[in-house]
Design a binder for this molecule. Structure first.
Ligand code: DAH
Length: 344
């Protein structure tokens, strides 16, 4: 058995010396060290040997194995080096040339803000969903308690689209609130969702107005949801986004699809003096509209307002990075000027 091992050893080393490329080396490895090689077979059958032969043969077999493995490693290093040298010669590779730079993209500050908002609500158990930019008059207005000729329509300078073939009035959504209706039609409570998306207004653009911008809508519907849930949720949101210390103010406001309605403001971020550029000296910055979902809205989508209640909120997105980074012109977000975008 020892002779066999020695023969095997010598032959393997002899062949290794003649191996001239990495592919041959791999087939050498399979032949001499692989699962079906003679050496492996001997190592596996050691237990069948008489007890007095076993340690001697075992030692020698392991020695041979270690030696062949070491030979393999050395040979591989040499062949790899040879390969690089010959490749660099045959392809005239100039290893001193500088590499090509990778162009790194960045996340747009508005997208980043939407992600931050959805993350905060995600941690409170809200799912993120999206909805259509092109809406019907029904979802954008009527289902939200804003019938034709309702004065609240004046809040929304609407971009209408030609009626579709069925004669239905089509528009570019003026807010993300229509998704409240779509979601409540599709799902039954408990509902907890966040809806980010583009919204459109028929307005001349200037430093604070764009005809396309972003809203994030929120909706929670379940049994026993109260104004305290709305306050707790939105205070937690403001703390996560603007810091633990920042004061949050709730005031009554009117939106046709909620009752009661509220406007939520945070303490001004920059304010130390009168005539502050951000808040005009009031000390507060409005960031959200909110309220308890109006019972008529619930009833319209077939949710019994005697059993269920809910709260909703909506906020403009662009304002937040504008406040945070002191950006004084909303048009910068969509002008694709890299000198602006690269700063984020
Ligand atoms: N959609 C409203 C707007 O465009 C904002 C809003 C107010 C959304 C109150 C709500 C809400 O969900 O409850 O001004």
């Amino acid at each position: 058995m020892l002779e066999l091992l020695n023969g095997l050893h010598a032959q393997a080393l002899d062949e290794l010396g003649k191996v001239s490329d990495l592919r041959e080396l791999e087939s050498w490895r399979v032949r001499h060290l692989g699962k079906k090689s003679d050496l492996t077979r001997i190592l596996r059958s050691l237990s069948a040997l008489p007890a007095e032969e076993r340690p001697v043969v075992g030692n020698r077999a392991n020695e041979v194995k270690r030696d062949l493995e070491a030979g393999l490693r050395d040979r591989e290093a040499i062949l790899r080096q040879d390969f690089l040298v010959s490749a660099s010669q045959s392809q005239r590779l100039d290893a001193t040339l500088p590499g090509r730079p990778f162009a790194y993209g960045g996340i747009h500050p508005v997208t980043q803000t939407i992600e931050d908002i959805c993350d905060v609500f995600g941690q409170m158990g809200f799912q993120t969903v999206e909805g259509p930019d092109v809406e019907t008059e029904y979802y954008n207005f009527e289902a939200l308690n804003i019938p034709q000729h309702h004065p609240a329509r004046d809040m929304f300078a609407t971009l209408w689209i030609e009626p579709d073939t069925a004669g239905e009035q089509i528009l570019l959504r003026t807010h993300t609130s229509p998704m409240q209706i779509r979601l409540m039609e599709e799902q039954s409570p408990p509902i907890r969702v966040i809806v980010p998306g583009r919204v459109y207004r028929y307005e001349a653009t200037d430093a604070t107005h764009e005809s396309m911008f972003h809203h994030v809508e929120g909706l929670a519907v379940d049994k026993n949801i109260t104004l305290a849930d709305l306050k707790g949720t939105l205070i937690e949101f403001c703390r996560c986004l603007f810091g633990e210390e920042r004061k949050v103010r709730f005031r009554c406001d009117y939106f046709p699809f909620v009752e009661p309605g509220a406007e939520i403001a945070i303490e001004c971020l920059a304010c130390t003096v009168d005539g502050c550029r951000l808040c005009g000296g009031s000390g507060w910055i409005e960031i959200l509209g909110a309220g308890m979902v109006h019972p008529d809205v619930l009833a319209r989508v077939g949710i019994n307002p005697e059993v269920y209640s809910g709260f909703a909120f909506g906020m403009g997105v662009e304002r937040l990075p504008m406040l945070r980074y002191g950006i004084d012109d909303i048009r910068l977000f969509y002008s694709n000027d890299l000198r602006f975008l690269r700063q984020f």
